[in-house]
Design a protein around this ligand. Structure first.
Ligand code: NAP
Length: 269
């Protein structure tokens, strides 16, 4: 019988984590490295990535920066190529976490409805969330095919499972990721490539700062969360390690919801 430790062991697994310069992705990079993985960290902020990768190495982990813009096909292909080179010629795990809603040029979240969002805003939110998943996996597939234990985890959101007023383009992009995961989870099962989605609820990061830093907005948000608190970004590390580890060996095409009870919220009570 396998020990609990070996079930979650990621020793020497070659992992690409996108959106690893801050927030959830940075916690994932630290957590995967602490679990023994070799982590290639992707995002646009090259200098920050290099500093964070160096900090992980300083703690005894294995991490390297593979900067790039994931809002284009070429950017995604370049990141995968750089990751494979840095990881010694292979790739076992892709964790596409980069993404988010429509933001302005300073990164401040913009509320946009179905009809209110411009075509450019729609394209932007679909590119970094949905299309980046496609572009990354298209480039990564040849390497995953020859990995001894390949898996993909896509960071979707509860916004892709329930209606989210004022952020419909984001919700549609996240729902499309869940659909893609179901399709790929079944299509790639025969090749042994597991594909799953993680759906966080409200997490305290830069992306949600306009909500958690404002008391009344935060209260309104938490009124829909049975645990009545924001998740800390580190609370996604365990679920992500689980999906990438031998512990989830018979799990594919699935969506793991980590939301303090939000989606299960009762109509009464
Ligand atoms: N926070 C929440 O409440 C929440 C809830 C559900 C789901 N999620 C999802 O979880 C993921 C991480 O969210 P977070 O809260 O950690 O967000 P965050 O703090 O805003 O971090 C987003 C990450 O994505 C990277 N990124 C954004 N656009 C990119 C691009 N075009 N190319 C490359 N990297 C890009 C950012 O790095 P650079 O700016 O350096 O490029 C950063 O590392 C997202 O997919 C988000 O939709 C978040």
């Amino acid at each position: 019988m396998e020990s609990a430790r070996s079930l979650f062991d990621l020793s020497d697994r070659r992992v690409l984590i996108t959106g690893a310069s801050r927030g959830i992705g940075l916690c994932l990079a630290r957590g995967f490295a602490a679990a023994g993985a070799q982590v290639a960290m992707a995002a646009r902020s090259a200098e920050t990535l290099r500093e964070e990768a160096a900090a992980i190495r300083g703690e005894g982990g294995w991490a390297t920066a593979v900067p790039g813009d994931l809002s284009t096909g070429d950017g995604c292909t370049g990141v995968v190529e750089d990751a494979v080179t840095a990881l010694g010629g292979g790739l076992d795990v892709v964790l596409h976490n980069a993404g988010g809603p429509i933001v302005d040029e300073d990164g401040v979240l913009l509320m946009r409805t179905v009809l209110g969002a411009s075509d450019t805003e729609w394209a932007g939110v679909l590119d970094v969330n949905l299309m980046a998943t496609v572009w990354l996996l298209r480039a990564a597939r040849p390497f995953l095919s020859v990995s001894p234990d390949p898996s993909v985890t896509v960071m979707s959101s509860v916004a892709g499972l329930v209606g989210i007023g004022g952020m419909e383009p984001y919700g549609a992009a996240k729902a499309a990721q869940v659909s893609l995961v179901r399709s790929l989870g079944t299509a790639w099962a025969r090749q042994g490539i597991r594909v799953n989605a993680l759906c966080p609820g409200w997490v305290r990061t830069e992306m949600t700062s306009s909500a958690h830093e404002d008391e009344s907005t935060s209260e309104a948000v938490l009124s829909h969360v049975p645990q009545r608190r924001w998740a800390e970004p580190g609370e996604l590390v365990g679920p992500a390690i689980f999906l990438s580890s031998p512990a989830a060996s018979f799990m594919t095409g699935q969506t793991l919801v980590v939301d303090g009870g939000l989606v299960a919220h009762p109509l009464i009570g």
